[in-house]
Write a protein that binds this ligand. Structure first.
Ligand code: 8DG
Ligand code: MG
Ligand code: MG
Length: 143
């Protein structure tokens, strides 16, 4: 795979937990169009993972994060794109600052809408990098 001239990026992916549920939205994007994914975005220069998670969640849903923790990292190659890319995806677990707050669809050009789903009953199809990590047994809920 090493011959492809692509770029390596860092994405921060937010597992926002509320009770037994996690927040997912259906993507509007060349990457994974119409699939369900966790809120996510690109790490910007100088940001911590926590800052990036809070910023992306705010930008995409208007939600405010309370406690936040690092969970795991995945490494994903997107070769079927006009510009091949590789993402190091940093998974964060977060809870809401105020559990009564509801998500708004701030970027409707990138997302059909946000909803709460049970981890054992996730909607289909999942964005493939998320599907992969789920198949590997990943679970963002504290044990
Ligand atoms: P930005 O311009 O707001 O910074 O970025 P974005 O437009 O919000 O980016 P995004 O697509 O929501 O997330 C960045 C990338 O993260 C996405 O294109 C692919 C990558 N990514 C992985 N694994 C995962 C995953 O499991 N879930 C999500 N949601 N994204 C992932 O490599
Ligand atoms: Mg995003
Ligand atoms: Mg974004």
């Amino acid at each position: 795979v090493a011959e492809t001239a692509g770029s390596i990026k860092v994405a921060v992916v937010v597992c926002l937990l509320r009770g037994q549920n996690v927040l997912l939205g259906r993507r509007r994007s060349s990457l994974g169009d119409s699939t369900f994914s966790l809120p996510s975005g690109h790490l910007e220069f100088g940001e911590s993972f926590e800052e990036c998670a809070a910023r992306e969640l705010k930008e995409e849903t208007d939600l405010d994060i309370g406690k936040i923790e690092l969970l795991t990292v995945t490494n994903n190659l997107f070769l079927d794109e006009a510009k091949p890319s590789q993402y190091v995806a940093v998974f964060m677990r977060a809870v809401l600052a105020d559990p009564r707050q509801e998500p708004q669809n701030i970027e409707p050009e990138f997302c059909d809408g946000w909803g709460w789903y049970e981890w054992d009953n996730l909607p289909k199809p999942l964005f493939w990098p998320l599907d992969n990590v789920v198949q590997d047994g990943f679970n963002p809920f504290p044990t």
